[in-house]
Ligand binder design. Structure first.
Ligand code: PLP
Length: 439
């Protein structure tokens, strides 16, 4: 395939020339402030640091995932997607797509309002019932995204508990950090997955109310939290637990309820949060918990109250996906097999794969420019789409490619991925795994 330079992938920014101002008063004031300069300066900073984000224009094709079309500047080209969070390919599953279409035909496209005003549709109620059963909790509450569910829930529960201390893992996602910030609570950060440090903080906090907030699988390194141990420790110190299972639901546990289910710890988690947008292949987020918690968040969270609900068709599609993955192990087993095949192929090739026990395969590049170049070459030369992951998503110096094998990637596609990565690593002189032979 013809190779394209990175500048080919720059999105077209709305850089229209400023319109002249006519009003005399405005003219005198406008001379003083060039508002555009603030934004161009901010963007220049991103370019300088090699972390300006470029989106590839991709068209997914139901029935052919992970194959897709890339609308390159010089025309459409077939590609293979290796970085989708549609981890199990459920976004194209017939049961999910059929539920979406059939419900949209019956109910129309939109929700018609906030949950309070006409947005509490029957499919949404059924979805919440499905999610509560999945997590063995009294009730569940659906939000428009996983991000919103974290932000809205954490900020609300924090405000409802006087003098609450929020104890948060250092690796927590931005949606959790924003929720904590908006709660106005005191916070303490424990070192990532470090039980001893967590214990120290809980001990020092004494009898005040505390919530321990953590994730089950951390999406950039793909490492797993000791969920049961963290929950038991929290309980011993009288703390509530809030667990983000966004990168685990659908894929771990016998019914896809996540790592808590896999570690037989579901009943130790007070609030579990998940997404419908990744392994479930649709969109939306949720929490599941005790009825009093769900009712309080439903009643007090602005991020739940003041926004239009998920459309009924989306809710029906998500429910079909959850229902399917509660009963079917096929997708989970096939994903595990293909993940193992990818990890073995890349490790054999001497590529610096970060080891973990999950479905996420991070390959270290350690430089933002090189990471961008590697992604550009993979796409332009090999038709392989993997987004570069740079700061602030990961710490500086740990820039990487993040590969997510699905059950639908074939062994032939895996071999093509390994060959392409070796070619790119050689062409760009990227760092190999410690002790690996020359590529
Ligand atoms: N929580 C974690 C840990 C995430 O990584 C993400 C997004 O990737 C979210 C929450 C937000 O989920 P969603 O994409 O459904 O908004």
């Amino acid at each position: 395939m013809e190779e394209l330079s990175p500048t080919h992938f720059l999105p077209s920014l709305p850089l229209a020339a400023p319109k002249p101002r006519r009003d005399a008063t405005c003219e005198t004031q406008a001379a003083a402030t060039d508002y555009r300069a603030y934004f161009t300066r901010a963007l220049d900073g991103l370019h300088r640091e090699n972390r300006y984000r470029v989106f590839a224009d991709i068209e997914r094709e139901a029935g052919r995932f992970p194959e897709a079309i890339w609308h390159a500047p010089d025309g459409a080209r077939p590609i293979t997607v290796w970085c989708s969070n549609d981890y199990l390919g459920m976004g194209q599953h017939p049961a999910v797509v059929d539920a979406l279409i059939a419900t949209a035909r019956r109910t129309g496209a939109g929700a018609g309002g906030t949950r309070n005003i006409s947005g509490t549709s029957h499919p949404l109620v059924a979805l919440e019932r499905e999610l509560a059963e999945l997590h063995d909790k009294d009730a569940a509450l659906v939000f428009t995204s996983g991000y919103v569910s974290n932000q809205a829930t954490i900020s609300t529960i924090g405000r409802l508990i006087p003098d609450c201390l929020i104890v948060s893992d250092a690796g927590n996602h931005n949606s959790i950090i924003e929720g904590i910030r908006q709660s106005g609570c005191d916070k303490a950060i424990f070192r990532h997955n470090d039980l001893a440090h967590l214990e120290e903080i809980l001990h020092e906090a004494g009898n005040r109310p505390k919530i321990v907030i953590f994730e089950s699988i951390y999406s950039m390194d793909g490492d797993t939290a000791p969920v049961a141990a963290i929950c038991r420790l929290a309980r011993r110190h009288g703390a509530m637990t809030y667990l983000d299972e966004v990168h685990a639901v659908g894929m771990y546990g016998a019914r896809g309820a996540g790592v808590a289910e896999a570690q037989a710890a579901s009943d130790l988690v007070d609030i579990v949060e998940g997404t419908l947008a990744k392994a479930y292949g649709v969109i939306g987020g949720y929490i599941a918990a005790d009825l009093s918690i769900i009712d309080a968040v439903r009643s007090y969270a602005p991020g739940f109250i003041f926004t239009t609900a998920l459309p009924p068709a989306t809710a029906a599609a998500a429910a079909a996906s959850v229902r399917h993955l509660r009963r079917s192990n096929r997708e989970r087993l096939a994903q595990r097999r293909q993940v193992a095949t990818v990890k073995a192929a890349l490790t054999r090739a001497g590529l610096p794969v970060i080891p973990n026990d999950t479905h996420i395969v991070p390959v270290l590049v350690r430089d933002p420019g090189a990471c961008r170049d590697a992604a550009d070459r993979l796409l332009g030369t090999h038709g392989i789409y993997i987004q570069p992951i740079n700061y602030p998503t990961v710490p500086r110096g740990t820039e990487r490619l993040r590969i997510t094998p699905t059950p639908l990637h074939t062994d032939t596609q895996i071999q093509a991925l390994a060959d392409a990565l070796v070619e790119v690593w050689t062409a760009l002189g990227l760092p190999r795994a410690p002790g690996a032979a020359a590529l």
